[in-house]
Design a binder for this molecule. Structure first.
Ligand code: GRF
Length: 197
């Protein structure tokens, strides 16, 4: 059975595009939701012919207002969304949205978690001096980038790397593993409490 996917993004939307164009098995991207009226992802959605919508996130900068988070959750539930994919959503989700979709919400993060959670993971990795960096798709829990890991992939870090060159190399892998993780979930091969291999 088809799973309706909502992608939540604040920025450029390259992972959103990868999910629309990738093999997500029985999952299908139904809508792009954004908290940023100027998100590049909105233009991509128009180009890709995917419905998109801006929803007011509330007055805070890095989290939702409680009232607004409830509106987002209700919107997604009413639409029959079965899986929420965070793809560069620059807000912490803790309240009604997480309650409504726990176990049915995943995120992509540009580091090999549990290393370098939070902002600027690529910069953190470079500053630390790791020789291998990468990305992680994980289910969302109430922590920051702490939920059960579904898939990871790695890239080498070169002496010549700057933050942007490393981020670019990681992004290529992000695009690949995000649709793979979504497919695994939609086929019942990945579940929140236990990731089946
Ligand atoms: C990606 O690096 C993703 O891992 C992080 O935010 C960035 C979003 O990029 N969560 P894009 O908007 O998908 O291009």
């Amino acid at each position: 059975m088809e799973t309706k996917i909502a992608v939540l993004a604040s920025g450029a939307g390259s992972n959103f595009k990868a999910l629309v164009e990738g093999d997500t098995g029985p999952g299908r991207v139904d809508i792009l939701l954004t908290d940023n009226e100027n998100a590049g992802a909105l233009e991509l959605a128009a180009e890709l012919g995917v419905e998109s919508k801006y929803l007011y996130p509330g007055k805070y900068r890095t989290r939702f207002g409680i009232k607004e988070e409830k509106i987002w959750a209700e919107f997604l539930l009413d639409r029959g969304v079965g899986l929420v994919c965070l793809a560069g959503l620059m807000r912490i989700i803790k309240g009604p949205l997480l309650d409504a979709f726990q176990g049915r919400m995943m995120n992509i993060h540009p580091s090999l978690l549990p290393a370098f959670p939070g902002l600027d993971a690529q910069g953190q990795a470079l500053n630390y001096g790791v020789k291998i960096a990468g990305c992680t798709v994980h289910y969302v829990d109430s922590g920051t980038d702490t939920g059960p890991i579904i898939l990871q992939n790695s890239v080498p870090v070169f002496e010549s790397d700057q933050r942007d060159s490393l981020a670019e190399r990681i992004l290529v892998k992000e695009h690949r593993i995000y649709s793979q993780a979504v497919k695994a979930h939609c086929l019942g091969r990945a579940v929140y409490s236990r990731v089946v291999r």
